[in-house]
Design a protein around this ligand. Structure first.
Ligand code: COA
Ligand code: AMP
Length: 632
């Protein structure tokens, strides 16, 4: 197949292109309208189609005779468990859980939050929701009760599905008490909390609203899939934006199913039957699309991995799993490879395993640096494919579309636009930039199927975040450039969102927490370069006049506060007290300037700065604290 031809067709005749792709999935009612506009004028796909994604992920394969194929391998080095579930087994569990949820009063259109570790029951819960049209919202387990409470109040779940505990390397984390704390903090009260008891550690006392997951499944009848309109919200997934409040990205059902099916074949080049492993967490977009829905729609075997690339028990885990389960295609974040490389620089563990099954290694979540790419290729000489996407898109926007035509890899580039994405580089005034000029990465509307339907209960923010800067274009929030061959290079966020170990976090959210400390007059949180995690946050804090607290104590209190309010995942470990923050004459904090100072990059002193002397002050402070590029 020829990439240029197929890509150009997808842009020139999107309706025709996506009509053909829609044929690759089974609909209860095939859509007659392919592309139309919703009540707010945003493009929508397959408006009058009806389907059920749980049916496509499970029941269909069983009807086709593949019920005995393994659907999910649960590999948990932290509990030393490997357990396999066939498509039939998953369907029985999911259909009973869905039946139980109906009996508890959940119905189509309700929302349910899922706050669980990486166990198969998380997948079962998501599929059970999808089966009966309940909109799930999975919240990553690394977020603290306060963050969970924000999401409870935003999406107002009728139920929360959780587990008694999770395990972080060797630490037992009791999830259920965190849920209870979040419910106590929130204004909205979910009716039920369904708890999967992992029977690890002490017994957790039950509350009145609790329902035992196993008892619910055991005591329920299987329920069938319901037909849902294509634009029925399958899920809400919260992601960080530029304000303190996370954005509830809403995903549709039909467009998403078509896009995922398309991507499994045309991007990942995965055949049905193969083992496809995305080593991420179900709480992130990668988990939704490529641990759960994508591979199951494509009748692959997927792996639910409860562990880390290192320390569970060591840097050999990835290679053990690949060889033991015959993984054909793998997907992870560059940070995971950097962590392995640090522990095993000479690839000694790699030599101990037969990795001949592995065809392609996909990387995403952050830019893939050259050193990581080279190290990987030196030790495992297979294609390493960087590809770019966001929670908003739900599937890749720039990739080497292996199933269409494998293109040569250019280090630092995620390759070319995926079919359906008309990607351009604009300057601030909305003029398109030519080859090799860096600017804002935008996408001409309509976005292809699978992209966000909106922000939950916040149309104004949806418009303001993505569509108000350039009429007719989606603003990605990333910067980048295209070279003369059409390869696109993503250079990083242009807003205050940062990427820590492949996790997207908002500095504005952290600033709100830091600023709430009684000794803090003002603060700025910036993302600075980190060898392992790509970026980590740094808080620069100006104390209130008369503050007598020891600097060290203040720094520790702030670190604790962010951990309590946002969660350990925020990874805020660096706090420094400064005399002042650099600002423009109109009072805007110059965050980019501070980032350049800490990262040791060249910078120009902005002409708008109110006082140049502050640059030396900040430089001396970070030097003293051995932070960023001064941590020699
Ligand atoms: N529940 C509770 N706590 C969690 C958690 C969860 N699900 N996930 C992470 N945390 C905690 C960690 O225990 C850690 O706590 P600590 O500060 O007390 O040690 C903190 O949050 C930061 O976690 P993490 O960012 O994962 O750092 P790490 O040092 O434990 O591990 C890596 C570093 C690189 C190995 C790890 O981040 C990793 O595997 N990254 C890949 C990310 C990925 O796959 N992203 C998906 C995009 S494709
Ligand atoms: P998330 O919504 O959590 O998936 O994070 C999306 C953000 O991660 C993007 O806006 C980018 O900033 C970054 N990102 C994801 N994939 C890549 C990639 N391949 N190269 C560079 N940045 C990436």
């Amino acid at each position: 197949m020829n990439y240029n031809k197929i890509y150009e067709d997808s842009i020139a005749q999107p309706e025709q292109f996506w009509t053909q792709q829609a044929d690759a999935i089974e609909w209860y009612n095939k859509p007659a309208t392919i592309l139309s506009k919703d009540e707010n004028g945003y493009p929508q796909w397959y408006k009058d189609g009806e389907l059920n994604i749980c049916y496509l992920a499970l029941d269909k394969h069983i009807q086709d005779g593949y019920g005995d194929q393994v659907a999910i391998i649960y590999d948990s080095p932290v509990t030393q468990t490997v357990k396999k579930y066939t498509y039939s087994e998953v369907k029985t569990e999911v259909a009973k859980l869905a039946g139980g949820m109906l009996a508890l009063g959940l119905k189509k259109g309700d929302t349910a939050i899922i706050y669980m570790p990486m166990i198969p029951q998380t997948a079962f819960a998501m599929l059970a929701c999808a089966r009966i049209g309940v909109i799930h919202s999975v919240v990553f387990g690394g977020f603290a009760p306060h963050e969970l409470a924000i999401r409870i109040d935003d999406c107002k779940p009728r139920a929360i599905i959780t587990a008694s505990s999770g395990i972080e390397v060797d630490r037992l984390i009791a999830y259920k008490p965190l849920v209870d704390e979040a419910i106590a903090l929130a204004s909205h009260r979910p009716k039920k909390v369904i708890v999967f008891n992992r029977k690890l550690g002490a017994r957790i006392p039950f509350k009145k609203y609790d329902v035992d997951y196993d008892a619910l499944v055991y005591g329920s009848e299987e329920t069938a899939c319901v037909a849902l309109p294509s634009n029925h919200a399958l899920y809400i997934l919260y992601t960080s934006g530029t304000t303190g409040k996370p954005k509830g990205i809403v995903r549709d059902t039909g467009g998403y199913a078509v896009a995922l099916k398309f991507s499994m074949k045309h991007i990942y080049n995965v055949n049905q039957d193969e083992v496809f492993w995305a080593a991420s967490d179900m709480g992130w977009a990668v988990g939704h699309s490529y641990i759960l829905y994508g591979p199951l729609l494509n009748r692959n075997t997927t792996i639910v991995f409860e562990g880390k690339p290192i320390k569970t028990p060591d840097a050999s885990t990835f290679w053990r799993i690949i060889s033991e389960h015959k993984v054909g295609t793998m997907f992870t974040a560059p940070t995971a490879i950097r962590a392995i490389k640090k522990e095993d620089p000479n690839g000694e563990f790699i030599k101990q395993y037969d990795l001949s099954c592995l065809k392609n290694q996909f990387l995403a979540g952050e830019r893939c640096d050259n050193a990581t790419l080279e190290w990987y290729q030196e030790h495992i000489p297979i294609p390493v494919i960087d590809h770019w996407w966001q929670t908003e898109s739900g599937w890749p926007m720039i990739a080497n579309s292996l199933g269409i035509e494998k293109m040569p890899v250019k280090s630092g580039s995620a390759t070319k636009a995926v079919c359906g994405y008309d990607i351009k580089i604009f300057n601030e005034n909305g003029q398109e930039l030519g080859p090799n000029y860096e600017g804002l990465v935008v996408i001409k509307l309509p976005l292809p199927p699978g992209n966000l339907l909106g922000i939950w209960a916040n149309e104004a923010r949806f418009k303001a975040s993505y569509f108000s800067k350039f009429d007719g274009y989606y603003l990605s929030g990333d910067g980048g450039y295209k070279d003369e061959d059409g390869y696109i290079f993503i250079t990083g966020r242009t807003d205050d969102v940062i990427n820590v170990a492949g996790h997207r976090l908002s500095t504005a959210e952290m600033e709100e927490v830091v600023a709430a400390h009684p000794c803090v007059a003002e603060c700025a949180v910036i993302g600075i370069h980190d060898e392992l995690k790509g970026q980590v946050p740094l808080a620069l804090v100006v104390t209130k006049l008369g503050t007598e607290m020891e600097q060290y104590q203040l720094e520790q209190e702030i670190i604790k506060l962010v951990r309590q309010q946002i969660g350990a995942v925020a990874s805020l470990r660096n706090v420094v007290v400064v005399q002042r923050l650099p600002k423009t004459r109109s009072g805007k904090i110059l965050r980019k300037l501070m980032r350049s100072i800490v990262d040791g990059e060249n910078f120009q002193i902005p002409s708008t700065i109110d006082d140049e002397a502050i640059i030396d002050e900040i430089t001396q402070t970070v030097q003293k604290h051995k932070i960023g590029s001064y941590n020699l």
